[in-house]
Structure formats: C-alpha cells, structure tokens
Ligand binder design. Sequence first.
Ligand SMILES: N[C@@H](CCC(=O)N[C@@H](CS)C(=O)NCC(=O)O)C(=O)O
Length: 491
Amino acid sequence: MADSVMASWSTSEAIETFVAAFENASLPRRHWTHRAHLLVALASVQRWGHDQALVHLRERIRAYNEATGTSNGNSYGYHETLTRWFLQAVAAHQARHQELPLTESLEVLLASPLGDPGCPLAAYSPERLWSVEARHGWVEPDLRPGAGPAAIAAQVAAREMRSVPMADRPVLYSFRRCPYAIRARLALAAAGLQPGRDLELREVNLKAKPPELLEASVKGTVPVLVLPAEGRVIDQSLDVMRWALKDRDAAEAIPGSDTPRQAAQRALIEALIASNDGPFKHHLDRFKYADRYPGADAEEHRAKALAILREWNQQLQHLEDRTSLADLALLPFVRQFRLADPEGFDASAGLTVLRAWLERFLASPELATVMAPPWAARTAWHSPSFLYHFALAEDWRAARSQGSYRRSSRGQSLEEVGFIHASHAAQLQATHQRFYADANNVLLLTIDPQRLAAAGIAVEEEPAPGSGEFFPHIQGPLPLEAVLAWEPYPS
Ligand SMILES: N[C@@H](CCC(=O)N[C@@H](CS)C(=O)NCC(=O)O)C(=O)O
C-alpha cells in the first residue's frame, strides 16, 4: 500500500483500504497512530453504532497487536479503559457531526478536546490509568469522576453553539511555513480560537495567490485576516496577533501597563519585536536567501544576525517566565535562522539562554498545533475564482517541454473532444473520484481564467452529459503561462 494513500485518506476508497489493512492486520505498525485509531473508531461507529463497534474493535485491536508483535499483557497491548473512553468520545462526536464526510469529521475531532490523546489524563491519575485493572477492564476516573467523554462532549457542544455564524466568520489567509503567518497562528491559537469553529483558514500557495486574498489586501502577503463582521481587513502579522489577544489574553502575553514592572516588560517586548522585524529580519533574509540579494555577503549577514541574537540572549533573561507576545513574535524567525545552518547555530558561543528558549519552543505542543491541520495544510485552499484541471504527470511534463497542453481529460486529446475539461473548486473531489481515483501521478493544475482570456482562449460553462451539472470547458490548447501552480492530488 502506497504511503501517500496511507497518509491522505482523501477518498472513500483510500479510507476503506486503510481500515481493511487494520482489520486484516497487514497495516504496518508505524501507521497505527492516534489519528489512525480515531479514523478506524469513527468508521466502525458509523458502520455499526457504538455498542457493536466496541465488541468488534476489542477483538480486532487484540488480534492486530498479536499479529504485529505486541502481546496483550499487563503492561502492553490492548487497553480496555482507553478503548472505551475514545469510543464513547467518537460516538458523541459522530452524533453531532453526522453530516460531515469522514475525513473532515476526523479533523474536527482531532481539533477538539474529545480527540486529544492526553484528555483521559485530566480525569485519571497516571497510576490508575496505567494500572493492570484499567488495562483489562473499565475503571472510573479517580481525579475528576464526572469528567468522562460524555461531559466533555457536552462542553464542546455548548461551545459550538456559541460559535460564529458562517457569513461573519473571520477568514485567515496563511502559509504553513511563513514565519509571519506562524506567529499569527500562534497568537490566534493562544487566544483559544479554532479554525472551523471561530474562523476559516485558507492555506495560500504564494505562486498562485487567490484573487480573494488580493482583493482583501493588494500587497498580497500573508497573513491576512478578513473580518466581515467588523468590515475590516488586517494585513500585518503583529496586528493580527494583537487583534487575537485583545480580550482573550488569559495568559497575559501582553502585560498591562498599571505597574512600573508591567510597563518595563511591555517596553522590553516592544524593543525585542522592533529588533526582530527590523535588523534581524534584514540580516536573516540576506543570509538565508543571499542569491536573491545581488552583492550580499551571506557570511557578513549571518555574523550580524548572530550579534543580535547574543543581545537577545541577555535581554531574554529579563522577560517574565511566561509566554509573551515577544516569544510568539520572535521564535518563528529564530527557528528559521537555525534551520538555515543548524550546526553553525548550535556551535555559536553566547547563545545558551536563547538556545534553550528555542528548544522549548521547537518541542512545544503550541508549535506542533499550528503546523498541522486544521491550522496548516499541505494543500492550498481551492479558490472559486480559479479553474482546475487534473493532468497525468507525464502529460504535463510533455506539455512543459512542448510549450502547450493539449489533453482534454484522461485518455482523450483536445483534438478528439474539441475542448479541455476543467472543474470549479467545489467539483474537484467528485471529478477526481469519478475519473482519476485509480490513477497514480495525478497533478492538479491551478488555472488563472484571466490569463486564459489574455491568451485569447475562451471558457464555456457547459452541462456534463448525464448529470446536467455545469463544468468549465476550455476552448483551445492550455497556454503554460495560464497555469499558476501544479501539485500532486491528493497531496
Ligand atoms: N509585514 C508583513 C510581512 C508578511 C510577509 O512578508 N509574508 C511573506 C511570506 S513569509 C509573503 O507573503 N510574501 C509574499 C510573496 O512571497 O509573494 C507581516 O508582518 O504580515
């Protein structure tokens, strides 16, 4: 089974294949992650309901463990209390999200306390949860007896009832690896906001910026936060952070200004951010991307950036011992600096405090959270303003060397059909499912209709035979310059 299929679960076939591999114990152990447990539990609850799923999974997990070299004993293998805990959690979640396709339901579950692998430890002491008794039979929580999955589900439901209506929901344009976008996501997450519930997150491919982003902010950088309810757009990362934390700053990342101590902390935070966004970023870019700056001497800029980091090494010792706006704002950039030359960074003198500070961040759940779904995706958001076309990788490769693309759809040429099939964003999954689900090396091309028009190629909306659903049909060869991006699909 291809690793991409194991990881993506983007079609119902891929999910079925995965669940079947678990059921017949051919699933490699490394794929039997927390996420995979929840997927299998969701699929089983959908199929059989909670009670029968429990009977089935109890037997299947034990068999899977035996087959993959983990014995079901007193310290390892099958765990009845945890199985029941998560199955109850999954059933409660499923009851509220019946309308969602399985993979979306899984993402919502993973982002909720119900899917949090550490959640049982808020109710049980480790001694009780890891006891032989809990492994072989159900035991009640000892720390917080009433705080089982049902109570957590009720809390989650109450919070969802208070969530923002769809049309008023803020939209965050973001890019997974961009340090400005990372700092914005860190602050939004620290403020307790969640994609899906409180805002819509749109991952941007910077090579194919969606027109909706450019309409919101002409400068076309990320992050951009669109606030429909306030009729306002925020297009500077620091402003996004301040917006997120205003009235939601439970951990006091931005200190008040009542006492001299608070005022001094605020001043230090401001000074650190100014130093990062000004000189440090200047030298970081010229060190990391020296080829983009003609005449820049990478070594000289590295040394200057290091000198700034040594100053911060001193200043950090005066920051109070809790996560501040400066931590959230600077760490993504220091992370990027280290990534450009990890050995050099680790060997540099005068950075002991700063290195420990960075290491804590790199290992933190806060960073992991904003680098994974639903806070960050590896596939860009599909814009209703673009057109999309599925191409086989070899056809696209040939087109790039020949100068234009002339396939209509799988197995058919433009000459045979008279136009090139394309899809709107909302039609992608179904089109892929219908025609490409069994194909390897499928690429999704993002097409800019304005560039098509500029090249004199028309697009007609025409009904597909059978369904009557309208699809865009490109009336001529696809010029390469109209294709903004291409990526494997599913990613
Ligand atoms: N001052 C802006 C800077 C944001 C920025 O430069 N973001 C980069 C990505 S890390 C970007 O969007 N660049 C535009 C591009 O690459 O086309 C902020 O703080 O939000």
